[in-house]
Design a protein around this ligand. Structure first.
Ligand code: HGY
Ligand code: MN
Ligand code: MN
Length: 413
């Protein structure tokens, strides 16, 4: 078994075929959750599964998977996978590599005639990226998707309902995707690092120790529309200045946080004319921390700054919380399985915390879950994101051998 490897040509052929779906001129992909392009990618995955003679499964949250059943019907399932949805104008590796690596591992084990003590399932989770909700499919499967996040989705209710309709999904059915925790043996995910640390360390594999918590706000500052020429500066209630104050003051405040980050991803002024003082400004704000204490401290600092910015510019303020995912540790047992796999393959592995959110953190709430990174360049959430093919093959082989390690431990080997 130690010499078993994935089929690199088959894996690369599928990766390149998938990357053509929703591809952009700059070499990335545009496959926002439940968009036509995303659904086209899912159709491709389903056709691939059928062509390979494997069992296909779709759940009420839209999660798509290939299943390799083991002979014991009552056995739990080991899930492998990631997500086929992308951010708008994103890269072709984020998520997609993890789904296809999982699928390649499943096919390799099937082709080798290996009998595992659990069912093996390669899964594509719905809306990991939060175009609609965020970790929608993985949290639904884990049974920990709060109804409030469907009621107030960060991508807006209209977009969520439109996407669900396009995909033929019923909002009321989504909770039925939840699986009993004891039906899950665990979850393993391969992902590009989306940052520079593995390259700086000269390492082949990052064994993820944990993932940041992520909170999202929609801030609405409301003042008064006025003539931009005849209204003295001191007499304005300028929502635009309130939003700008919030951005500047928050950025200054981040000097007192060492491991936390914030991001203002979108700003909208209305009515939006050259010569009207904006009466309303909307800001999306995301904040992240590797610890719950950091999340709590950052949330209270940002909330205070938002109110102070509104007071200074005589504005009303609405703060809409748009969901929150808690910081999560990865399973020590699964980290060990990854370490053993890297040792067997002669690959240099380092422990690494994740500054990105991932489906692993949803599954980690209900079963042993862990993930690995491979080195990537060009940043991420942009078309320049890139990983060298040998690194992708390394990652898939580590995933393969971690499954075999996990099976060995599971069977009490
Ligand atoms: O935003 C993230 O951290 C992830 O890419 N969804
Ligand atoms: Mn991702
Ligand atoms: Mn992403």
């Amino acid at each position: 078994m130690n010499s078993l490897r994935i089929d690199s040509d088959r894996f690369q052929h599928d990766f390149e075929a998938l990357a053509r779906i929703g591809s952009t001129a700059q070499g990335g992909v545009h496959r926002p959750a439940l968009s036509e392009n995303h659904l086209a990618a899912r159709r491709w995955f389903r056709e691939r599964i059928a062509a390979d003679g494997l069992e296909f499964r779709q759940d009420p949250a839209g999660n798509h998977s290939a299943v390799l059943p083991c002979p014991h019907a009552q056995a739990p399932t080991l899930l492998l996978g990631s997500h086929l949805d992308s951010v708008p104008n994103g890269g072709r590796f984020d998520g997609a590599l993890g789904v296809l690596a999982a699928y390649e591992v499943l096919r390799t084990i099937r082709d080798a005639g290996i009998r595992l003590p659990f069912h093996l399932e390669a899964i594509d989770f719905t809306d990991e990226e939060g175009t609609l909700v965020g970790l929608l499919g993985s949290r639904a499967l884990a049974g920990n998707l709060p109804p409030s996040e469907l009621a107030h989705p960060r991508g807006g209710r209209a977009a969520l309902l439109e996407g669900l309709h396009r995909a033929g999904l019923q909002e009321s059915e989504i909770p039925r995707a939840a699986r009993p925790p004891d039906s899950l043996a665990g979850f393993l995910e391969l992902h590009i690092e989306q940052g520079p640390r593995l390259l700086e360390a000269g390492a082949d594999i990052g064994i993820v120790t944990g993932m940041v918590g992520i909170g999202s706000f929609l801030l609405t500052f409301t003042g008064r529309a006025d003539h931009a020429g005849t209204t003295p500066m001191h007499a304005r209630r300028d929502a635009g200045l309130g939003a700008a104050e919030m951005i500047v003051q928050s950025s200054l405040a981040m000097r007192s946080f060492s491991d936390e980050v914030i991001n203002f991803g979108h700003i909208h002024f209305s009515p939006g004319a050259f010569n009207i003082v904006p009466h309303r400004a909307q800001l999306t704000l995301e904040y992240r921390s590797p610890t719950q204490a950091g999340m709590d401290a950052l949330k209270s600092t940002l909330t205070e700054l938002a109110h102070a910015s509104a007071r200074k510019h005589k504005l009303e303020l609405e703060i809409d919380e748009q969901g929150c995912v808690q910081p999560t540790r990865c399973s020590p047992g699964i980290q060990q399985a990854f370490r053993q796999a890297c040792k067997r393959l002669g690959l240099k592995a380092v422990p690494l915390p994740s500054g990105a959110g991932h489906d692993t953190q949803a599954l980690a709430q209900v079963c042993p879950a862990g993930m690995i990174f491979i080195p990537s360049t060009g940043g991420s959430h942009n078309p320049e994101e890139f990983a060298a093919w040998p690194a992708c093959v390394n990652g898939a082989n580590v995933l393969l051998h971690a499954v075999l390690e996990f099976a060995n431990d599971f069977a009490g080997g």
